[in-house]
Ligand binder design. Structure first.
Ligand code: GCB
Length: 593
């Protein structure tokens, strides 16, 4: 019987078949030192506003020549446009700037006989927001979450000759997603981070971590390994520079060992990293790891037992040329600008940034707050939304567990203090702690405007309370800030996780004239003066380093850009406030604060 050419027009359950194949944090693979076969370069891409590709099963078609077609069709991979991966499709053509829907990415790759004994896993650095992977016409895996990596085992479906890979990436904004449909940044779509093939032995090391035991003694390192199979055996760990070597008994695929050691502690002043080797059977993972202890004690922050003040700046992953697709030069410039500002801390807003950021921060001695996009009015009562948020958090922890620079996991931003939100985020905080006892759990909270105090109920579940406040901008009267600080005794460290004002670079005027550089600089001066007098604030992290694209902002000064950057969107033109903050941070540094 021939296929009914009309059936798909009436099938609204077309996506159901792909839900069971979802991969997530459980499939994350430790990547340190592994061989990667990059699938960078040109892929064939086809936009799809209506999910036709799923309805009509575009993925089942091999690319072929129209001369051989026996029926009309709507998908023509061989004739599709070529586009680079990684990239954001919004940046490729003016007519795709606001496209929100699906893009079908297709390409071929070889699987040479020399690799036939190995397992071959696809690693997608990030695909915003949902992705479905197909190999040789068959569904392999699906993933949701726009900024964390995912892994799909291709081995069972590989063909000895050429292989045909298709990835559908879909970025609709929806109320049940994380983030939901209302955000203050641009919803870029695409395979915007590296896509690689990763050859692995039949049994491989899935996760491998090494960190100081978080007891403040700086004298013991705990190693933990997990394998891809529930087998027993012995793994081995080694830190050559410390002359340290230890066996790790593995039971049911898991093992850990704690070893007495006194590594030189990692810190911004001395970002010492050690080569750490994990071996098990035929597999080896190698990482560069710093060892440090971060903790909250009362209202203070301690790094390696020493008081710590965070001289911070927030930053989005956004670029006038590449969108959310970033590269080494862009990231190095970000760190150079932060250094010139005198910062020792970056808040990576509002989603996991590229993994290179934490590697660079490790090497340069910059502290990081890394967060998931539990932003504003998430669907807190929805268990599926919770599962998605927790999975993104665990994927992020799985990716960056060995990065000393990451001192805080941010579990949310400006979420209203409702019961549903309290339950949702308390559970996230506990999930973060279970997965990782070596970092602070933080959130950027709203102030309580009835009591004019830092009184978010979630604080009971946090180690570090972020406070977003815009006195001098959304709330013109700075007296509110004085009142807030005088009223608050949270008993835990507080960092100002956002404050600031918009300024169009080059627009000058009086300090009371909104959107001028002068007004922005004045907001910084007043903020710093008031906050400098408070003893509960352990860090200042204003909003933000660079102007960035956001469709919510449409005045003549904004035209689609959030102008709260200290530097314009060209990432070169500094506004007056840059020097105000840099001067303040220099003063703090000189006083060793
Ligand atoms: C906030 C949000 C941040 C916004 C910023 C602003 O509080 O957390 O994402 O973009 O304010 O510019 O208003």
């Amino acid at each position: 019987m021939t296929e009914d050419p009309y059936a798909h027009l009436h099938d609204e359950r077309y996506a159901d078949a792909f839900a069971p194949g979802r991969v997530g944090a459980g499939q994350v693979v430790a990547m340190g030192g592994r061989r990667r076969i990059p699938l960078a370069g040109e892929w064939r891409i086809t936009p799809d506003l209506f999910d036709e590709g799923l309805r009509q099963r575009w993925y089942a078609r091999a690319p072929d020549d129209p001369a051989g077609w026996t029926a009309p069709r709507d998908y023509d991979e061989a004739g599709a446009e070529l586009a680079p991966v990684p990239s954001c499709w919004n940046m490729l053509k003016p007519e795709w700037k606001h496209f929100e829907g699906s893009m079908w990415y297709a390409r071929a790759f070889a699987w040479p006989p020399a690799m036939h004994g190995e397992r071959l896993v696809l690693r997608v650095g990030a695909a915003n927001y949902e992705a479905r992977v197909f190999l040789n016409g068959r569904f392999v895996a699906a993933h949701r979450g726009g900024s964390t990596p995912f892994f799909a085992d291709l081995t069972p479906m590989l063909r000895a000759g050429g292989n045909h890979l298709i990835i559908q990436v879909e970025n609709r904004r929806r109320a049940d997603r994380v983030p939901m449909h209302h955000i203050d940044w641009f919803n870029y779509g695409g395979l915007y981070r590296e896509v690689d093939l990763v050859p692995l032995p039949a049994v491989f090391i899935r996760s491998a971590t090494a960190a100081l035991v978080p007891d403040g003694s700086l004298s013991r390192i705990r190693f933990a390994l997990m394998l891809s199979a529930n087998i027993n055996g012995v793994a081995e760990v080694e830190i050559p520079a410390l002359g340290l070597r230890a066996a790790v008994p593995m039971e049911g695929g898991r093992g850990e060992v704690t070893v007495a050691a006194r590594p030189e502690p990692w810190s911004p002043a001395s970002p010492r990293l050690y080569d750490v080797v994990f071996r098990c059977g035929a597999d080896l993972v190698q990482e560069r790891i710093g060892f440090r202890d971060i903790r909250a004690e009362g209202e203070k922050l301690l790094l390696n037992g020493e008081p710590l003040y965070l001289r911070g700046i927030c930053v989005h992953e956004d670029d006038a040329g590449g969108g959310k697709c970033t590269g080494e030069a862009d990231l190095q410039r970000r760190f150079a600008d932060a250094r010139e500002l005198g910062a020792n801390f970056l808040r990576l807003a509002h989603y996991p940034h590229h993994e290179r950021v934490a590697e660079i921060a490790d090497a340069q001695g910059v502290l990081l707050w890394s967060e998931i996009p539990v932003y504003w009015a998430i669907d807190f009562a929805n268990p599926e939304t919770y599962a998605d948020a927790e999975n993104q958090l665990l994927e992020l922890i799985g990716r960056d567990a060995n990065r000393a620079s990451v001192v805080a996991w941010g579990i949310g931003n400006e979420n209203a203090d409702t019961d549903a939100r309290y339950r949702f985020m308390a559970a996230l905080a506990e999930a973060a702690r279970r997965a990782d006892a070596t970092r602070l759990v933080a959130a950027a909270c709203l102030i309580n405007r009835e009591e004019f105090a830092i009184a978010d109920r979630l604080a009971a579940h946090l180690d570090l309370i972020g406070v977003n406040e815009y006195f001098g901008w959304y709330e013109p009267d700075f007296a509110g800030l004085e009142r807030l600080l005088a009223n608050s005794r949270p008993g835990k460290p507080v960092v100002i996780s956002e404050t600031g004002a918009d300024a169009l670079a080059g627009h000058r005027g009086g300090v009371a004239e909104l959107f001028t550089e002068d007004c922005q600089a004045e907001v910084y001066r007043r903020q710093l003066e008031i906050i400098g007098r408070s003893d509960i604030v352990q860090g200042f992290c204003p909003w933000l380093l660079y102007d960035y694209r956001t469709e919510r902002r449409q005045t003549r000064f904004q035209r689609g850009w959030n102008r709260k950057g200290l530097i314009a969107e060209d990432k070169a033109t500094r506004k007056l406030a840059f020097e105000v903050l840099a001067g303040h941070y220099r003063g703090l540094r000189d006083r060793n604060a």
